[in-house]
Design a protein around this ligand. Structure first.
Ligand code: SF4
Length: 316
């Protein structure tokens, strides 16, 4: 297991901005790009229903963007103010659907198109753990020699019964296999999880965190369960089959789980966001991302605690 080389103090958790400042001398911003790929859980290969929580437009901006990968990136850069562009480079974020799913030649062309731009310091590629071939891994490994590459695997839960319940179409063992095949290639690995999935309580969420601690990944994206219009989870919600967290509940749970999370894991995200608030059914919190970050830090400080304080890792 990796040991943290980061300074730890009460209130500390390992933010992505801190990670970037350790690896780059400039600011790093992500630019979402839409590659127009599909997902095997939607196109009929595994299922045509998708994951029960997923309505892709709710978390993928720019889906309607008509341009090529290069045009999408250049347009996003152009839209930034001169101040926001100053001393800044970008990660092309292949976010929507399954960005390692498709003809390898087309995938390579798409990665190449983004990574050949001077403005682009690297890429974050979001995918499913059952959709990563050794051929695509080898491509990304080559790119990782010159650019900064994150591969983001949607895990959501380490419990197969939950994965089945939300119609993920893959198992936790497939995640472990994907991570094992990705390690040692110079590619940073991130896992996405959702807290509050149907049928899960604190015990299951703690087990998912411990599973991640053992997995050898580099970072984690934490989401709270949101009920989005046009999903099968919305139907379950209206039949009173599932509950969502209130903001104070989520804050408590998050702080508790951060104390269990290995301190070397970079936190890419602490909560879900929707691109269009009208798509969100529940929970509809007043508080946003900035407030949650502040309050997590404050709560950890009050407890004299920090990320990994109860992970069992000896810190020097
Ligand atoms: S969450 Fe990802 S894997 Fe699941 S249906 Fe949506 S695009 Fe496909």
């Amino acid at each position: 297991m990796k040991e943290s080389k980061t300074k730890i103090y009460p209130g500390w958790y390992y933010r992505l901005s801190q990670f970037f400042s350790q690896h780059f001398s400039c600011r790093i911003r992500k630019i979402p790009v839409h590659a127009r790929l599909d997902c095997p859980n939607r196109d009929g290969t595994l299922s045509d229903r998708g994951c029960s929580f997923c309505y892709n437009p709710s978390f993928s901006p720019f889906l309607a963007s008509p341009g090529s990968i290069r045009e999408q990136i250049m347009e996003a850069v152009r839209k930034l103010s001169p101040k926001a562009r100053e001393n800044t480079r970008f990660l092309a974020y292949f976010q929507s659907y399954t960005n390692t799913y498709g003809n390898p030649d087309i995938l390579q062309k798409m990665y190449q198109e983004a990574l050949s731009l001077d403005e682009i310091a690297g890429s974050a590629v979001s995918t499913r753990p059952d959709c990563i071939s050794d051929q695509v891994l080898a491509m990304l490994q080559e790119h990782a020699k010159n650019k900064h590459i994150w591969l983001e695997y949607g895990l959501q839960s380490s419990h197969d019964r939950t994965l089945e319940r939300i119609n993920r179409g893959h198992t936790a063992a497939q995640f472990t296999d994907a991570v094992e095949r990705t390690k040692g290639r110079g590619i940073y690995i991130c896992a996405h999880i959702i807290l509050g999935l149907p049928g899960e309580g604190m015990k299951e969420m703690e087990e998912t965190i411990r599973f991640l601690n053992r997995s050898g990944i580099d970072g984690v994206k934490i989401h709270h369960l949101q009920i989005i219009k046009n999903t099968s989870l919305a139907e379950e919600y209206f039949q009173n089959q599932i509950k969502t967290f209130s903001y104070p509940e989520y804050l408590e749970i998050l702080v508790h789980l951060l104390e269990l999370l290995h301190p070397s894991l970079v936190i890419h995200r602490l909560m879900s966001e929707v691109t269009d608030p009208d798509l969100l059914i529940a929970p509809r919190w007043e508080q946003g991302k900035a407030q949650l970050h502040q309050e997590v830090e404050r709560k950890l400080k009050e407890r004299g605690s920090y990320q990994g304080a109860r992970s069992g890792v000896e810190l020097s």
